[in-house]
Structures are given as C-alpha cells and as structure tokens.
Write a protein that binds this ligand. Structure first.
Ligand SMILES: Cc1cc2nc3c(=O)[nH]c(=O)nc-3n(C[C@H](O)[C@H](O)[C@H](O)COP(=O)(O)O)c2cc1C
Length: 177
C-alpha cells in the first residue's frame, strides 16, 4: 500500500473485532512508525502507554475513558494513551508539543491502515484519572486516548472539506481559483 492509498483508506471505526488480536510484529511496526515523526528540535515529546490484547493495561485505559467511549472501545485489542511533554529539556515551554504528538499518532494510524486495522482517537477521557492511574509526572500531559483493531463494521466515509475551503493564497480566506 502506498501513502496515497493509506491516506484514502484510513478511517476511524467504532466497532472492533475482539477476536482479531494484534500480533507482536504488528505491534512493533505500529510504534516504530510512530517514533519516526518530525518534532520541534527533534524533542520527540510523545510517550505511549499501551494496553494490548486485553491485558491489565488495556483494562486501565478502558477505565479512564468516558462511558460513551468505553462502551465501544472495550472490543478494540489495542488501547493507548498518548502523553506529551510540555517543556523542552532546557525548561522552556514547548508550545507545539500537542501538534508534534499528533504527527506521531498519525503515522501510527497510517501504518495501522496498511495492516488492515483502523484506529480512533478519543478526546473523551478523564485526564486527572489518567494522571493518577498511570503515575504521569509533572511536565507531562495526557493528550489523547486511542483504540486500534480490526473493524467489525462497514466503513462510513466522513465528508471532508474541499480544497478551496482549506487552502488560501495571499491572505486568510482568499481561495485558490
Ligand atoms: C483529537 C480527537 C478526539 C476525538 N475524540 C473522539 C471521541 O472521544 N470519541 C469518538 O468516538 N471519536 C473521537 N474522535 C474521532 C473523530 O470523531 C473522527 O476522527 C472524525 O469523525 C472523522 O472521521 P474519520 O477519522 O473516519 O475521518 C476524535 C478524533 C480526534 C482527532
């Protein structure tokens, strides 16, 4: 699968097949892709707390999700929490850390697509609970939770904004014609 195909085939499932576990090679491939993302000063502010194939950590990630998300995410064999670093190593605030974390997660999502898996990000989780359960230190923030596995539903393709609405020239809002 080339990049274009992965981009076109990526989508966020909400039903997963709990019997289709994630293999060890797949697991390492997912996170090997995630770790190669660009970041400001190559700081690599992303850390992943991962529950795999319904292990104890899987249950803990499930425990930090809002009820609506936990309801469907329980069947996804991989549940993760992305934690980001708020400061550069020299102590300056790292304004772009969430952006950089997102780039890493996107590489993971595209890699998952090639493997025939789907991933769904979840902002619906309790950060304070996550900090406590996973002993997240000061200077690090829970950014987003996510689920990954084999979809157990037909793809529902989301409508995306057209080129003209998102690409401008000269000034904000001026379209390319
Ligand atoms: C930061 C972020 C937070 C999200 N939070 C949730 C969530 O809490 N629950 C959920 O079901 N989907 C969540 N989503 C998934 C989006 O609803 C989904 O990506 C969007 O509808 C577009 O669909 P697509 O990914 O299939 O293109 C989230 C996505 C992002 C990027």
């Amino acid at each position: 699968m080339d990049v274009r195909e992965a981009v076109l085939n990526r989508w966020s499932a909400r039903r997963y097949d709990p019997k289709r576990l994630i293999g060890e090679e797949e697991f390492f491939l997912l996170f090997d892709s995630a770790r190669r993302a660009p970041s400001s000063y190559n700081t690599q502010p992303w850390r992943y707390i991962v529950g795999l194939n319904f292990d104890a950590t899987h249950g803990k990630v499930l425990g930090i999700l809002t009820p609506g998300n936990a309801e469907w995410a329980k069947d996804a064999p991989l549940l993760g929490l992305l934690v980001g670093r708020e400061y550069y190593p020299d102590g300056r605030p790292y304004r772009d850390y969430r952006n950089d974390c997102g780039m890493s997660l996107m590489l993971l999502f595209l890699q998952a697509t090639e493997l025939g898996l789907s991933c769904r990000a979840m902002g619906g989780f309790y950060p304070d609970r996550a900090r406590e359960i996973f002993k997240i230190p000061q200077g690090w923030q829970p950014v987003v939770a996510f689920a990954c596995g084999k979809p157990a539903e037909e793809r529902r393709e989301k409508e995306k904004l057209p080129f003209e609405e998102i690409v401008f020239r000269e000034e904000f809002g001026r379209r390319w014609t």
